[in-house]
Design a protein around this ligand. Structure first.
Ligand code: DAK
Length: 260
């Protein structure tokens, strides 16, 4: 299987396993990802999954992007449908209730970087190389890159990266905020779980509302964003976890959150 899902100790691990093609995303793989995301959504509710780590197989690559030969010779309608599928899958990742991290240990190009951009976080090792090289193929990104990249690193830097198609090395990626943190080489899944650990000790509802306030807020005016914050920060007081967190502080003991 080119898309593997495993669930262990409250974490979902989504592994792209097509190393001979540097984990390139065929439309079949995108469809498999879509089906796997349905399983992850279910596991969040039923198996108490609280984080998602995405990795790519092989030494060289997280994901080298869309399967280029497959893009040739398709009708306009098929291309539009393909973009819709890619965007739907990556939207589904970014809308997950749990935090996610893409572990970039090698190449993350085109659709591979767009996959990483749909995650809550991206971490990279020193060997990571990333970019949106579609322009070199006479194309432009179609799975969210022109929208998520400028929202993350700003319009000017996104213009540079998308219009040049150049490769961004790991150190620059960290400096401009394209990746959240540089990490030492190691087993990608272990790197991802270690990175997520400090977030996952908090209650899911607070994590979810904080993410919502940020992601909805950056897409609107400051005034409307402050309204979103007012509403969500008030709503969170209705949760048992908020009561537990404040009570635990007063009683000088660690909080035990139940996502309620
Ligand atoms: N697709 C398919 N196969 C790929 C691939 C890709 N994206 N990238 C690499 N491979 C394959 C190579 O063909 C090679 O296969 P064999 O020849 O061994 O059979 C194998 O993986 C190893 O690759 P290399 O021999 O090239 O390995 P190197 O280390 O020398 O080079 C590289 C690594 C990542 C620099 C190079 O492979 C490369 O430049 N790959 C292409 C990267 C790229 O351009 N990615 C972006 C693709 S465009 C849409 C609109 C837009 C898009 C999609 C849909 N719609 C409206 C529907 C665009 C999306 C993109 O992602």
């Amino acid at each position: 299987m080119a898309v593997e899902l495993s669930i262990d100790q409250g974490l979902a691990h989504l592994h792209l396993n097509r190393p001979k093609a540097l984990n390139a995303l065929s439309f079949g793989i995108l469809q498999d990802l879509n089906n796997t995301l349905a399983q992850i959504e279910q596991a969040i509710e039923q198996q108490h999954v609280r984080g998602l780590v995405i990795t790519g197989a092989g030494e060289k690559s997280f994901c080298a992007g869309a399967d280029i030969p497959e893009l040739l010779g398709r009708t306009l309608v098929q291309q539009h449908e393909g973009a819709r599928l890619g965007q739907e899958v990556f939207n589904r990742i970014s809308a997950l209730r749990i935090p996610s991290v893409a572990v970039i240990h090698g190449y993350a190009f085109g659709g591979g970087l767009e996959l990483a951009l749909s995650c809550t976080f991206r971490i990279a090792t020193a060997r990571a190389k990333m970019g949106l090289p579609e322009i070199k193929l006479g194309l432009i990104p179609g799975y969210g890159g022109t929208q998520r990249l400028p929202r993350l690193i700003g319009e000017g830097r996104a213009l540079d990266i998308i219009l040049s198609g150049r490769t961004v090395e790991a150190t620059e990626a960290e400096r401009i905020g394209l990746v959240t943190r540089l990490v030492d080489e190691g087993n990608p899944y272990a790197l991802g779980t270690e990175f997520l650990a400090p977030y996952l000790k908090h209650g899911l509802l607070a994590l979810e509302m904080a993410r919502q306030a940020i992601s909805r807020g950056v897409q609107t005016t400051l005034e409307q964003g402050l309204k979103i914050e007012r509403d969500l920060s008030t709503l969170i007081f209705q949760t048992a976890d908020a009561n537990e967190g404040m009570t635990a502080f007063v009683e000088k003991r660690p909080a035990v959150f139940k996502d309620e």
